[in-house]
Design a protein. Structure first.
Length: 228
């Protein structure tokens, strides 16, 4: 697959050499000298119009990298972890990428995307600034199957909802799952039946709309160490 943009490209080139197949540059000196020399045999210079076509009009910043297709984790491996996120029918790759970035930075152990059959991982790689390559991530369409399996290995399931208990008054178990619903529909009815506790973020003003990725960052930070 093709990723583009300076930030995600440099991340992969620095930390995931095994993934890199070819580098396309439409600008000179866009890569640091060290990286240029390291990958010199894999670099091809192209015209900007070609770069634009490859990026499908996106802001490539003069660098595109062809890498191996994204390899998903599996649910059995994630069941050995302690803090997981489940995305319930969230499809916007911008939001997913931002959630992945926060989850990796703040200490969550993995993500399961449910309610979808496939995702554009090249887009998620870009919007997560490359964090997707370092955080276990798997797509499992049926959320009930996932929640049932996690409950069988003693995970406590928390759901994010405006009707939930104030986050600051909650204590969280060590083995825990946070379910995040889409901004339009929230957590699906079928998933709600499996959730042990609903939690919410208290608003300081009469305004009840936070972007799901912003909510995720706040919740992950507060939940990771089991705050009282």
């Amino acid at each position: 697959m093709i990723i583009y943009g300076k930030q995600v490209s440099l991340y992969v080139l620095n930390l995931h050499k095994d993934l890199v197949k070819r580098i396309y540059l439409s600008k000179k000196q866009v890569l640091p000298k060290e990286l240029y020399l390291r990958y010199k045999k894999n670099i091809k210079f192209i015209e900007n119009r070609v770069a634009q076509q490859m990026a499908k009009g996106g802001n490539h910043q003069g660098v595109l990298v062809e890498i191996e297709d994204f390899k998903q984790s599996n649910l059995d491996d994630l069941k050995r972890e302690n803090f997981l996120l489940i995305l319930d029918s969230i499809t916007d790759t911008g939001n997913i990428g931002a959630i992945v970035r926060s989850a990796y930075s703040l200490g969550a152990d993995g993500i399961v995307a449910c309610g979808v059959k496939s995702l554009n991982f090249a887009s998620i790689a870009r919007t997560s600034s490359g964090a997707i390559f370092d955080l276990p991530f798997v797509v499992v369409p049926n959320i009930l199957d996932v929640l049932n399996e996690l409950k069988q290995v003693d995970f406590i399931i928390y759901g994010a909802s405006m009707e939930g208990k104030n986050l600051e008054n909650c204590k969280f178990e060590n083995r825990k799952v946070l379910v995040l619903g889409s901004e339009g529909d929230g957590i699906s009815k079928r998933a709600r039946s499996k959730i042990d506790k609903m939690v919410s973020i208290e608003m300081r003003r009469d305004f009840n709309s936070l972007n799901v990725s912003v909510s995720a960052g706040i919740l992950i930070y507060r939940m990771r160490d089991g705050f009282k």
